[in-house]
Design a binder for this molecule. Structure first.
Ligand SMILES: Cc1cc2nc3c(=O)[nH]c(=O)nc-3n(C[C@H](O)[C@H](O)[C@H](O)COP(=O)(O)O)c2cc1C
Length: 352
């Protein structure tokens, strides 16, 4: 068995596989399942104070898309590489009930050497700060603060936030880190060309880690109805996001140095993908859609596959972090090749 322990800021995880938030982590039964499946950390479904965000869950819809953008059954039989299009919302329970559940889940997680992470999605600042203080006072060990959901432009005004300016990331992070002693992980948007700047701002303001990066919005016209599938734009995710996430991880590592612990998210579907994101610079990796789609064994299998990969390479999980990012070259560093492009074009049509 390889040494899978990793460091995320001040926190050590038994392995780098993080069960990332989605509807499957709203209720205690789901969170318990992710803990029992062996995840290094489990981030519970986020909460905030916004009633429109809560009522959005009752309007939530999900569709699994296979080859040719065709709808495929939801569940473990969905083909590999399934894309998930969804319009999510936040949990209906009030904060006191959510906090009590979080405390119970933290206790359970401690018994399995797992980290339970409560998560707040920004709506308004004061309520977020108040909830964060109560989370710390209740003995929870880390706070994840999501300021980069994909939905802000489509949801009711003020329900959730997509923060795009480094200055605002800095201010929001500082608001939390000034008030709390526990580590704060900031989850940022990927809908920006400034992801490394957003991460730099969060770290400069005291974040222990930055989770990069939130999903994008997409819209898929349905050929039959000629209307958008699910009727709206929606969050879109799938394995095709993995190289984009790896690029942001590598760019952020290049900008910030190796001393900043990043969490990769968006597009990981198995243990090999966890290794890929770590090679790109992540210290740990979140998986959400694939677990919600196929079930808890995605997590246990990812841990087992990562273990086998590290064993085969005689490396620990820590050894993987950033190796591909640090080996990355610039285009101009590459040797000139002998008209390689000719091998990649179709043969010309025969003349009459
Ligand atoms: C249905 C659904 C609900 C989600 N809910 C949350 C949430 O409450 N809080 C949060 O921070 N991220 C949420 N996410 C985002 C995921 O945690 C994750 O960042 C994103 O889906 C990309 O990772 P993936 O490719 O592993 O799914 C949600 C994603 C989906 C698909």
């Amino acid at each position: 068995m390889a040494d899978l322990r990793v460091q995320v800021g001040r926190t050590t995880l038994k392995n780098p596989v993080i069960a990332a938030p989605g509807e499957h982590l709203i209720e205690a039964a789901g969170i318990r399942s992710a803990i029992l499946a062996g995840a290094g950390a489990v981030v519970g479904k986020s909460i905030n104070e916004s009633q429109p965000a809560k009522s959005q869950l009752r309007r939530a819809e999900y569709v699994a898309l296979g080859p040719g953008w065709s709808e495929v059954p939801w569940g473990p039989s969905a083909p590999a590489g399934t894309t998930v299009l969804s319009r999510s919302g936040l949990p209906p329970m009030d904060f006191d009930a959510w906090l009590a559940q979080s405390v119970a889940m933290d206790l359970l997680a401690r018994g399995h050497d797992c980290l339970y992470v409560p998560s707040i999605i920004l709506a308004a600042e004061e309520p977020a700060l108040d909830m964060a203080r109560r989370i710390e006072a209740a003995g929870l060990r880390v706070l994840e603060f999501n300021i980069g959901t994909p939905y802000a432009s489509e949801a009711a005004k003020g329900a959730v936030s997509t923060v795009l300016s480094p200055e605002r990331v800095a201010a929001l992070t500082k608001m939390m880190t000034d008030a709390l002693d526990i580590p704060v992980w900031i989850k940022i948007t990927g809908q920006s060309e400034r992801v490394p700047d957003l991460a730099a701002s969060a770290f400069a303001s005291g974040a222990d880690s930055v989770v990069m990066a939130g999903r994008a919005l997409g819209m898929l016209p349905d050929l039959e109805s000629q209307a958008p599938l699910l009727s709206t734009s929606a969050g879109i995710g799938g394995c095709w996001n993995l190289p984009l996430t790896c690029h942001w991880l590598a760019n952020s590592r290049a900008a910030l140095g190796a001393g900043r612990d990043l969490i990769g998210i968006n597009g990981a579907t198995n243990g090999a993908d966890v290794a890929r994101m770590m090679l790109a610079g992540a210290s740990a990796v979140g998986m959400a859609s694939e677990v919600m789609l196929r079930g808890w064994q995605v997590l246990s299998q990812a841990v087992a596959d990562l273990d086998a990969y590290c064993d085969a390479k005689s490396q620990s999980a820590r050894d993987l972090v950033g190796r591909a990012a640090d080996a990355r070259k610039r285009f101009a560093d590459m040797p000139e090749l002998d008209e390689r492009w000719r091998d990649y074009i179709p043969a010309p049509l025969a003349s009459e």
